[in-house]
Design a protein around this ligand. Structure first.
Ligand SMILES: [Fe+2]
Length: 314
């Protein structure tokens, strides 16, 4: 079985289809072999309950089918995420699985109308879900393990970005989407291990692998020929999201004064979230965090972005 021919799909996502799934499903075996689990439109309930009990969480479909599946799953996920009767816990699980599918799609097919639409559904649903909750930090703490560290971190960063953008008079839903979708796509080509490596060494980039160190450049290059599907603001965020005011960021290490406002907003939000997580959301440490950031973000657009964070925090 060649990985080039298959894409992974979480079982929970397949279950959104109910009893029948419109594509053939495969299971990977050791030694690179694949077995066909089901044919199109076969009853899945019993088959997958059995496989889930065995600890299987993801199965595979052929790449050609996956492209059609992405289109289909966008509507199914959106419906489940917008349904008021869907439990909060289930929403988080569906969101996490839909994010995995969007990542797989973006990795395999790049920015196509259907992959970007699916990423936008994840982006919008993540923001809505988090904005509806009375206590964001408690909510994330409760669902941390269910949504995974990566989505958890991105949801928190985008929640902070959304609040920061709202403090500007130029704020609009369209611009907010450009900024938050850029933020969502920043690390989308990294797998879970790369992501964890990145977060652990974020302040010591000299310890990063080339893949982690170059991901802003690689992601920008992969997505920049998306023929207008992504705005220049979105692409700029992806390209510069690990630069620093002191010029010591990566991979470009360009001077902070040359970073425009939208990437600066992402960078400030990311740094704030990293410090909040490292302080276990202890709000008594908030003043210390602000002091640290105040020393860091004194240059050009970083200063403006940091002011918006302070305004947002009140
Ligand atoms: Fe990144």
């Amino acid at each position: 079985m060649s990985d080039r021919n298959f894409c992974e799909i979480p079982i929970k996502i397949i279950k959104l289809y109910g009893k029948s799934f419109p594509f053939a499903i495969y299971l990977k075996l050791s030694g690179g072999k694949a077995v066909k689990l089901t044919n199109e439109n076969e009853d899945l309930v019993e088959i997958f309950s059995r496989y889930e009990k065995k600890g299987v969480t993801g199965v595979y479909v052929l790449k050609d089918d996956f492209a059609k599946f992405i289109k289909d799953i966008k509507n199914k996920s959106k419906k489940a995420l917008l349904d008021p009767s869907t439990l909060e816990e289930d929403k988080v699980k569906i969101l996490a699985d839909t994010y995995r599918v969007a990542k797989e799609g973006l990795k395999n097919f790049g920015i196509k109308p259907e992959t970007i639409k699916l990423a936008k559904v994840v982006n919008e649903s993540a923001l809505n879900t988090i904005e509806e909750t009375p206590n964001v930090y408690k909510f994330l703490e409760q669902f941390k393990d269910k949504c995974g560290k990566e989505l958890y971190t991105i949801m928190l960063i985008n929640f902070v970005i959304s609040g920061m953008v709202d403090t500007f008079e130029w704020s609009s839903p369209a611009l907010k989407e450009k900024i938050t979708i850029g933020s969502l796509l920043c690390d989308v080509l990294l797998d879970e291990n790369d992501f964890n490596e990145l977060r652990e060494n974020i302040e010591t980039p000299e310890h990063l692998s080339m893949k982690a160190k170059n991901h802003p450049m690689d992601t920008y290059e992969k997505f920049s020929n998306s023929t207008g599907a992504l705005s220049k603001e979105t692409l700029e965020i992806i390209k510069f999201h690990h630069e620093k005011p002191c010029g010591g960021g990566f991979p470009y290490s360009i001077p902070g004064k040359n970073i425009s406002l939208f990437p600066a907003i992402r960078i400030v939000a990311d740094r704030f979230v990293s410090l909040l997580i490292s302080e276990n959301f202890d709000m008594n440490k908030r003043n210390n965090i602000i002091k640290t950031l105040d020393n860091e973000f004194q240059v050009a657009n970083f200063k403006t972005a940091f002011s918006s964070l302070k305004t947002m925090l009140g």
